[in-house]
Design a protein. Structure first.
Lengths: 178, 56
């Protein structure tokens, strides 16, 4: 993998990795995940897959580990600071709400919050550009058939949740206008 | 680089956008920006050089 390959992969996957990470950790941590992922890529590029078509999946595997490490670091930090936080509850730096970053409408936010962690992860992986269904399925540790079945199921689920939330907001409006 | 994710995945991402869920999150929404690839590579090389010096 040469420098130009490295830069092309960063341009292609940097945004996807940020999106993937920002749905689990804070935006600042998500940015660290992007930079740390490519630090590992540079360090291990001599051991990258021989076939360039496998580079995106290889890099997403590294990103997945980086997200897990960042999430564990955040839990440890929270644990270490918990007593300090008890005395400084009003002095926390504001942490942006992940749902506000992911959704751009009130309905989208409500639907996002209703999705299970597994459904959110499926959506995250599906949104990574440059991954084939085989690679996305491998990243989730499931078969390609299971992946495509879950994608179809998630589409129905989004549709159901949308109907439910739009129905409840309609009822809310009716109540206000009555 | 790889084959396309398939029409069902593309439809899912369109559905998500239609209900108000972003298929991709722009770092600028959080006031952040991805580094330029040349800058990232230079920074990583620089960090590599420093860690080599530290090791020596």
């Amino acid at each position: 993998m040469g420098d130009e390959d490295f830069k092309t992969l960063y341009l292609r996957l940097g945004g996807s990795i940020f999106t993937y990470a920002a749905r689990r950790v804070s935006p600042d941590q998500a940015m660290d995940v992007v930079n740390n992922t490519f630090e590992v890529v540079l360090r291990k590029r001599d051991r990258s897959p021989v076939d360039p078509t496998q580079w995106p999946a290889w890099i997403m595997g590294i990103a997945k580990n980086q997200v897990l490490q960042e999430a564990q670091r955040a839990v440890r930090k929270h644990h270490d600071n918990r007593f300090i936080d008890d005395f400084a509850a009003d002095q926390h730096p504001s942490t942006p709400d992940i749902a506000d970053l992911v959704a751009f409408t009130a309905t989208g936010r409500a639907i996002w919050l209703d999705l299970t962690p597994a459904e959110r992860q499926l959506l995250d992986v599906a949104s990574v550009t440059g991954l084939s269904s085989d690679e996305a399925a491998a990243l989730l540790g499931i078969s390609k058939t299971a992946y495509t079945t879950r994608i179809s199921r998630l589409r129905r689920r989004l549709s159901d949740l949308c109907a439910r939330h739009n129905g409840s907001s309609d009822r809310e409006e009716d109540r206000h206008s009555a | 680089m790889t084959d396309s994710p398939g029409p069902e995945v593309e439809a899912l991402l369109r559905d998500a956008e239609a209900v108000g869920i972003r298929a991709s999150v722009d770092p600028r929404l959080a006031g952040l920006e991805l580094k330029h690839p040349d800058d990232l590579l230079a920074d990583l090389r620089d960090a590599e050089d420093h860690s080599d010096v530290d090791r020596r």
